[in-house]
Design a protein around this ligand. Structure first.
Ligand code: ARG
Length: 581
C-alpha cells in the first residue's frame, strides 16, 4: 500500500516540474500551526534561489495546481512562500481504514538489510547492574524496530566470560576450597560434586577483584590462571563451565522479565576459537606492528581532532586485549552471517574501544567497507540525585533489586479488585514503567531514576500508556458485549478526531527517523502524544451511547485503530500489556 503522504509529495514534485521547477525531493510535514492547515510545504525558498524568482510567485503558481488535487481541500500561501495544505476527509478516512486493514503498512519501510545486534553484554559471575538494563532495553527495542521496518536481525548477547575476572574468581575459589578435585594435578574431566550458587558468585566477585587489585602477587596468580583457562586447563575449564552456567541461569531469568531475547548466547570465549585465524589474518595484511613489547595496529586518521591511540592486539604481557576479542568476534560474524550492518549497544564510554576496533577491521579488510559497523552508545541512568546510581550502602545497584523496588511501588497502585497474581501483574507494569522511562530520552542522553515520576499514572509514563490502552480494550469489549457492531470510520465529526488522524499520518516518518537515528525516543514521545489525543477525544465524547450511528461507528473504529496501533508500538518497545491493572 502506497503511503498517502509520499503519493502527495510525488504529485507536488510533478506539479513543480510542469511549472518548470526541477527539484530532487519534496517533503511535506505536519503543520506547526494546525489552525492554518494540516500539513505544510516549506520547499519553495530554495527553488526561488535557484530560479531567481520571488518565492511568493512560485508558491502561488504551485497552489493553483495543488488546489485541483482530489486529496486537497484547501491550499494557501503563507508568509514568504510557505504552503499550507488541508486534506479532504475522504483522504483521511481512507488512510485510517487502510492502515487498520494492514497494521504493518505504517511500519514496514521495505528495508531488507541483515543486521547483527550486539546487546546485553552481561559479565559472568558479576551481578547485572543498571548499565546492563539500558543495553537490554535499547538493544531489544532496536531489534524489534529493525524487524518492523523489514530487516532480518541476528541478536547476540556477547557475554563477558573469558577475561581476567574469571581468573580472579577461580583463584578465590581455589583459596577457599584448595582440596576441590578441579585443582588436582590429575583431574581428568570427571564429575565433581560442588555447587556454586549465584549468591556465592555475587559475594565472591568483589572480594576476588579487590584482593587482586591490591596485591600484585595475587594479580599475577590470577593472570596465570586466566592464561591456563584460555588454554583449556582441564580443571579450571570444568569449574569455569559450572560458573558460567550458574551465572547465565540467573541472567536469563532477568532477561525473561525484561522481554529480552537473543538468537545467540555467545560469549568472548566463543570468539577465542577464532583468535588464531584472526591474528593470522591481521599479520598477513601487515597491519600489526611492535610497540614497546606489545603488538598494535595504528588506527589514527588525518582528520582526527582528538588523538586516537593505536589498537593494542596483544599486550606486552602476552595477553590478548578486549579489542582483539572483538576483532575475532567480527571475523566470526562476517563468516557466519555476512551482515550488511553490525550494531553495538553499550555505554557511550566505550566509544574509543569501538572506534579503534572498527578502524582496524576496515584497515585490515577483516570487514569489507560494504558492511557498516555502528556504535550506538547510550547515556547513563543516574540515581535520583543525578549521581551514579548506588545502593544505600554505596554499592552498585543490582538490576534485580531495582526491578523489585519498582514492582513494589507498582503493586501499591494496582486496583484493589485485582486479587489474583498481583505480584506478577505488578512486575509487568514495573517493567513497562522502567522501559518506557529508559527509552524516552534520546539514546545518548543521561537521565535520572525517579520512581515516583516513572510510575505516575497521570504522567508521561509506561503506566499511563498501559492504563489508557487497557481502557481502550475494555471499551471495545463493552461494545461487543452490547452487540454494537462497527466496521470502519465513516466520518470525522469533531476536531479531536481530526487531530488524532493527523498524528497518525506522521507515524511512518517517526518510524523512519527512529530507525535512522537508532533511538526510540521519537516512538515513546509519539505513543504519548497519540494516547493523549485519544484520551482528549474520549473525555469529550460518549462513545457507546452516541446517538448518531455513523458517529458511533466511527468512534469505535477509531478506538480499535488506536488500540491496535498502541499494542504494535508497545510491542516494538518490548513492553507487554497486562490483562488489567
Ligand atoms: N561485557 C561488556 C560490558 O559489560 C559489554 C560487551 C559489549 N559488546 C562487545 N562486543 N564488546 O561492558
Amino acid at each position: 500500500m502506497k503511503y498517502k503522504i509520499e503519493v502527495l509529495e510525488e504529485k507536488i514534485k510533478n506539479a513543480l516540474k510542469e511549472l518548470g521547477y526541477e527539484t530532487e525531493i519534496v517533503i511535506i510535514n505536519p503543520s506547526n500551526r494546525p489552525e492554518l492547515g494540516d500539513y505544510q510545504f516549506n520547499g519553495i525558498m530554495p527553488l526561488a534561489k535557484i530560479y531567481h524568482k520571488n518565492p511568493v510567485e512560485i508558491a502561488n503558481e504551485l497552489v493553483s495546481k495543488i488546489k485541483d488535487f482530489p486529496e486537497i481541500k484547501e491550499a494557501s500561501v503563507a508568509g514568504p512562500g510557505f504552503i499550507n495544505l488541508t486534506f479532504t476527509d475522504e483522504l483521511l478516512l481512507e488512510f485510517m481504514n487502510d492502515s487498520e486493514k494492514d497494521i504493518t503498512s505504517n511500519y514496514n519501510l521495505g528495508i531488507n538489510k541483515t543486521i547483527v545486534l550486539d546487546y546485553g553484554g552481561p559479565n559472568v559471575a558479576k551481578v547485572l547492574h543498571v548499565g546492563h538494563l539500558r543495553s537490554a532495553n535499547i538493544g531489544e527495542a532496536l531489534k524489534r524496530l529493525c524487524n518492523a521496518v523489514g530487516c532480518t536481525t541476528i541478536s547476540d548477547v556477547h557475554q563477558g566470560d573469558w577475561g581476567r575476572p574469571m581468573g580472579m574468581v577461580i583463584l578465590e575459589i581455589k583459596n577457599r576450597y584448595p582440596d576441590l578435585a578441579y585443582f588436582k594435578e590429575d583431574y581428568n574431566g570427571e564429575y565433581v560434586d560442588f555447587e556454586i550458587t549465584n549468591e556465592d558468585l555475587i559475594e565472591l566477585y568483589p572480594i576476588a577483584t579487590t584482593k587482586a587489585k591490591e596485591d600484585p602477587e595475587i594479580m599475577e596468580k590470577a593472570r596465570t590462571i586466566t592464561y591456563e583457562l584460555q588454554n583449556k586447563h582441564k580443571g579450571y575449564y570444568a569449574l569455569w563451565q559450572s560458573i558460567v552456567k550458574t551465572s547465565l541461569d540467573e541472567v536469563k531469568k532477568i532477561y525473561k522479565d525484561l522481554n529480552t531475547t537473543f538468537d545467540y548466547w555467545y560469549g568472548e570465549s566463543d570468539n577465542f576459537e577464532y583468535m588464531d585465524k584472526t591474528l593470522e589474518f591481521l599479520y598477513s595484511k601487515n597491519v600489526i606492528t611492535d610497540s614497546e613489547g606489545a603488538k598494535v595496529i595504528d588506527v589514527k586518521e588525518e582528520t582526527d581532532k582528538l588523538e586516537i591511540p593505536p589498537l593494542i592486539v596483544i599486550k606486552s604481557n602476552g595477553a590478548v586485549s578486549y579489542e582483539a576479542t572483538d576483532l575475532a568476534c567480527l571475523y566470526e560474524r562476517m563468516q557466519d552471517f555476512k551482515p550488511d550492518e553490525v550494531w553495538y549497544m553499550t555505554d557511550k564510554r566505550q566509544e574509543l574501544h569501538f572506534t579503534q576496533t572498527f578502524r582496524a577491521s576496515y584497515k585490515s579488510g577483516l570487514v569489507p567497507t560494504s558492511t557498516k559497523l555502528v556504535f550506538n552508545g547510550f547515556g547513563t541512568m543516574n540515581g535520583p540525585d543525578g549521581k551514579p546510581f548506588k545502593t544505600r550502602d554505596g554499592g552498585v545497584m543490582p538490576l534485580k533489586d531495582l526491578l523489585d523496588m519498582v514492582t513494589i511501588e507498582c503493586e501499591k497502585r494496582l486496583m484493589e479488585t485485582i486479587t489474583e497474581n498481583r505480584d506478577k501483574i505488578a512486575r509487568v507494569i514495573a517493567v513497562a514503567a522502567i522501559k518506557y522511562a529508559d527509552l524516552l530520552p534520546y539514546r545518548a542522553t543521561d537521565y535520572n531514576f525517579d520512581i515516583e515520576k516513572f510510575t505516575d499514572l497521570n504522567g508521561k509514563t509506561g503506566t499511563y500508556l498501559l492504563y489508557s490502552t487497557i481502557r481502550m480494550k475494555s471499551l471495545l469489549q463493552k461494545a461487543k458485549e452490547n452487540n454494537i457492531e462497527f466496521n470502519e470510520m465513516k466520518n470525522i465529526s469533531n476536531n479531536a478526531i481530526k487531530k488524532i488522524i493527523i498524528a497518525m499520518l506522521d507515524l511512518k516518518r517517526v518510524i523512519k527517523r527512529s530507525f535512522e537515528n537508532c533511538s526510540l525516543n521519537e516512538i515513546t514521545e509519539y505513543l504519548y502524544k497519540i494516547t493523549n489525543l485519544y484520551n482528549n477525544f474520549y473525555a469529550d465524547n460518549k462513545v457507546l451511547t452516541e446517538e448518531n450511528l455513523e458517529n458511533r461507528e466511527s468512534f469505535l473504529a477509531l478506538t480499535k485503530i488506536i488500540y491496535d496501533n498502541n499494542c504494535y508500538l508497545l510491542n516494538i518497545l518490548g513492553i507487554n500489556i497486562p490483562e488489567k491493572m
